[in-house]
Design a binder for this molecule. Structure first.
Ligand SMILES: *[C@@H]1O[C@H](CO)[C@@H](O)[C@H](O)[C@H]1NC(C)=O
Ligand SMILES: *[C@@H]1O[C@H](CO)[C@@H](O)[C@H](O)[C@H]1NC(C)=O
Ligand SMILES: *[C@@H]1O[C@H](CO)[C@@H](O)[C@H](O)[C@H]1NC(C)=O
Ligand SMILES: *[C@@H]1O[C@H](CO)[C@@H](O)[C@H](O)[C@H]1NC(C)=O
Ligand SMILES: *[C@@H]1O[C@H](CO)[C@@H](O)[C@H](O)[C@H]1NC(C)=O
Ligand SMILES: *[C@@H]1O[C@H](CO)[C@@H](O)[C@H](O)[C@H]1NC(C)=O
Ligand SMILES: *[C@@H]1O[C@H](CO)[C@@H](O)[C@H](O)[C@H]1NC(C)=O
Ligand SMILES: *[C@@H]1O[C@H](CO)[C@@H](O)[C@H](O)[C@H]1NC(C)=O
Ligand SMILES: *[C@@H]1O[C@H](CO)[C@@H](O)[C@H](O)[C@H]1NC(C)=O
Ligand SMILES: *[C@@H]1O[C@H](CO)[C@@H](O)[C@H](O)[C@H]1NC(C)=O
Ligand SMILES: *[C@@H]1O[C@H](CO)[C@@H](O)[C@H](O)[C@H]1NC(C)=O
Length: 630
């Protein structure tokens, strides 16, 4: 039942280091942490009866509810643990440590019981407060090690599995299991954690886009040369640290397209392979650049939260096509220290998940005093690009959602032609239409700011380390940087910021306006995705300059929140499976700058009212844990 190689005990020096061990229980792979979290006194004597060839044995710590601990209570606890945690299995009941304040009647250990030994807190003291859940116990020392369940990253969403060292630094998980020949990710028992006001994210499993530096880990930014060149990072940035402080548990670093620039699967991803989108036939583009978090949240029930970044759509697009909740926040809500920059005037930090409640809780942890949850909502809805009548299944979903939202808010709905609105102003007379005025703002800012602030120092460090050489860069970022240097003047960035500011001031005073009662006088909706397939096995043209202006650029330039809400799914005929499959339908919601909390709270209320539903993982979005096609 339990089989693993005995770890070596490195003794002799001042320290005895227990090398972490990989363990198989009931056919499930586990990993024991390398450092003990507690020591149970006198357990060695009690464990004498155990017939085990290895020093580490599975242990479950149970907390008895107030009152007597009996066989029936024990059975109830085991049922509860099994139902609420993917790490616990009955294989961990070999040794049971009972924490109880009331009287204890230990269940009889029978011939076919899964438990061999009961220990209890009143007889065997524990050196540290040990939360309930599955662990490993050293027979020789009584030391207790945390248990990681191991999962294979079959969708290629991660770059590395990560463990916390116990001192605020992190390390790469030293375990590997079979499964699509991908990285192995370890997760700790959900039973260890209890959410509280101080730790609202306690035990929430977090994957972090690999442009955020984390102390003890190397960063790739989606580039092999970058990963190779720099040593382990010394600091964890504010954004990641806030989630850790709120109780989130980092399980891995997640893939990004290179330097967070737009790349389409598959040919653009030269250095690293694009993650796999679990929705539909499993061969749809996961979008970029927070595609690792998007693909992981859409696929894995064992992952709760993905931290991403959005400069030009990098959270929104993966959220749409992987079927997740995902937010581009108002610009500037959280400092971006120790994060790779693209364009500081556009860069934002947001996150992806499957549930509107967790979405809102995470917002508070990340944005702190910069988010306020309004309870009154605008009664004015603008739409952009909505059909008047549904002609596809996806449009039926879209219009039905709009109808329910309209009723929920007792709101008016107006289709907004922002191009015409702009045309009617004096600004249009002096600056031209929005396409000419703003069409080159985004490519200018990302190409020139990223090149000057990030690429040049990287090139210099690389040249120094490799005898004047230049590192390999994927075609997409390289063509953008080259364009920013060759085709645009050095003053283009200042001009782009000036154009952006004029647009922002106009939008703020004329379109989505701050309001004392509802934060924003209106919200604006546009279709995020309408279940349109984008296959990853298609040869496309070379990447170009991301010029032009459309509705998804409004939030970038006006600095307002743009939040993706999955509202349903629609069928398409897959050219891969030759069957009908489902892809997500999502809507984007905008409000005035700083009104993120109003939208978070509105979407949570819509979920409580059943108008929006938490999504599941896998091929379809509403089947709980659906299969992943590959
Ligand atoms: C036992 O009592 C202590 C002190 O009142 C309390 O902190 C702890 O949660 C109780 N344990 C259980 C398992 O009820
Ligand atoms: C099992 O969980 C339920 C619901 O959370 C709780 O009411 C009950 O007390 C738990 N039972 C035991 C034995 O812990
Ligand atoms: C062993 O398990 C069987 C089947 O679950 C059960 O009927 C039997 O009572 C158990 N025997 C003992 C000694 O607990
Ligand atoms: C971390 O600190 C060490 C010692 O100061 C330094 O050599 C190293 O370059 C730093 N790592 C990074 C990635 O900055
Ligand atoms: C809130 O936003 C302001 C403006 O961007 C920023 O300076 C400040 O650091 C933010 N506060 C927190 C707690 O992040
Ligand atoms: C806005 O004005 C431009 C000319 O400046 C024109 O080409 C365009 O059609 C107008 N757009 C709308 C929506 O009125
Ligand atoms: C800024 O707007 C002007 C029109 O007023 C346009 O000619 C120019 O190309 C724009 N600059 C950038 C960098 O987008
Ligand atoms: C914007 O103006 C340019 C030049 O006047 C014109 O070619 C283009 O069609 C216009 N585009 C829009 C969307 O109004
Ligand atoms: C940039 O300039 C080069 C050289 O003048 C030219 O060949 C190329 O077409 C330009 N690229 C774009 C995207 O305008
Ligand atoms: C909104 O509140 C501000 C400050 O509290 C106040 O100065 C302003 O007059 C209010 N505006 C409206 C429209 O009530
Ligand atoms: C799928 O193909 C069938 C048969 O050609 C067709 O009737 C159906 O409308 C198609 N469904 C979709 C969603 O395109």
């Amino acid at each position: 039942m339990v089989s693993f190689k005995l770890h070596p005990l490195v003794a002799g020096a001042l320290l005895a280091v227990l090398a972490s061990a990989n363990v198989n229980i009931n056919g499930i792979p586990y990993h024991a942490s390398s450092k003990p979290v507690a020591k149970i006194a006198g357990s060695g004597t009690a464990l004498k009866s155990l017939t085990t060839t290895s020093d580490l044995v599975p242990l479950t710590v149970v907390e008895s509810p107030s009152g007597a601990f009996t066989s029936a209570v024990f059975d109830g606890i085991v049922q509860n643990y099994t139902a609420s945690d993917d790490v616990f299995t009955t294989g961990f009941l070999q040794v049971v440590y009972v924490k109880a304040n009331g009287s204890v009647t230990l269940p009889k250990v029978s011939g076919n019981s899964t438990t061999s030994v009961f220990l209890q807190s009143s007889k065997n003291a524990c050196s540290a407060s040990l939360p309930k859940g599955p662990y490993f116990l050293s027979v020789s020392t009584g030391e207790v090690y945390q248990a990681y369940r191991l999962y294979s990253d079959i969708q290629g969403a991660f770059t590395e599995g990560v463990v916390e060292n116990g001192d605020g630094t992190f390390d790469v998980l030293s375990a590997a299991i079979s499964g699509a020949q991908s990285p192995t990710i370890g997760v700790l028992s959900r039973l260890y954690y209890t959410k509280s006001a101080e730790k609202p994210l306690a035990g929430v499993r977090l994957g972090v886009k690999d442009i955020y530096h984390i102390a003890g880990l190397k960063t790739s930014c989606g580039n092999r040369a970058y990963y190779d060149l720099y040593s382990k990072q010394n600091a964890t940035g504010t954004a990641v640290q806030r989630l850790i402080d709120a109780g989130a548990v980092i399980v891995g670093k997640m893939k990004t397209s290179q330097f967070a620039n737009g790349e389409t699967a598959t040919a653009d991803w030269v250095d690293y392979h694009s993650p796999f989108n679990a929705r539909g036939d499993g061969y749809q583009d996961p979008s970029s650049s927070s595609s690792g978090p998007g693909a992981g949240i859409g696929a894995y029930p064992w992952l709760d939260l993905g931290l991403g970044s959005d400069t030009g759509g990098s959270i929104r697009n993966p959220s749409q096509v992987n079927g997740c909740f995902g937010n581009r926040p108002s610009h500037g809500l959280v400092p971006l220290d120790s994060v790779m920059p693209m364009s500081p005037v556009l860069d934002t930090s947001g996150f992806l998940c499957r549930d509107a409640e967790l979405w809102k809780t995470t917002a508070k942890a990340l944005y702190q005093e910069n988010v306020t949850f309004w309870e009154n909502y605008p009664a004015k809805i603008y739409t952009s690009g909505f059909p008047t009548e549904a002609s596809t299944e996806a449009e039926v979903v879209l219009l039905s959602f709009l109808d329910q939202l309209k009723t929920f808010l007792s709101a008016t709905v107006t289709e907004l032609d922002y191009n015409a609105l702009w045309n009617a102003t004096d600004l249009a007379a002096s600056h031209g239409n929005l396409s000419t005025f703003l069409g080159y703002v985004y490519p200018t800012l990302i190409a020139q700011q990223q090149y000057n602030q990030f690429t040049l120092p990287f090139y210099a460090d690389y040249a120094k380390a490799f005898n004047g050489r230049k590192p390999f860069i994927d075609p997409s970022p390289l063509s953008r940087w080259t364009w920013g240097q060759v085709n645009m003047s050095a003053s283009a960035t200042d001009e782009a910021i000036a154009n952006k500011t004029i647009f922002m001031d106009w939008w703020t005073s004329e379109v989505l306006v701050r309001d004392n009662a509802t934060c924003s006088d209106s919200i604006m909706l546009y279709p995020g995705t309408l279940a349109t397939p984008t296959y990853r096995n298609v040869y496309r043209s070379a990447p170009g300059i991301p010029s032009g202006f459309s509705v998804s650029r409004i939030s970038n330039f006006a600095e307002v929140p743009d939040m993706v809400v999955p509202i349903g799914q629609a069928a398409y005929n897959s050219t891969i499976t030759l069957q009908s499959e489902y892809l997500p339908v999502a809507v984007d919601i905008l409000a005035a700058k700083g009104c993120d909390g109003m939208i978070f709270s509105l979407v949570e209320k819509l979920q409580s009212a059943g108008i929006v539903k938490a999504v599941g993982t896998g091929s379809t979005m509403y089947a709980g844990e659906d299969e992943i096609l590959m």
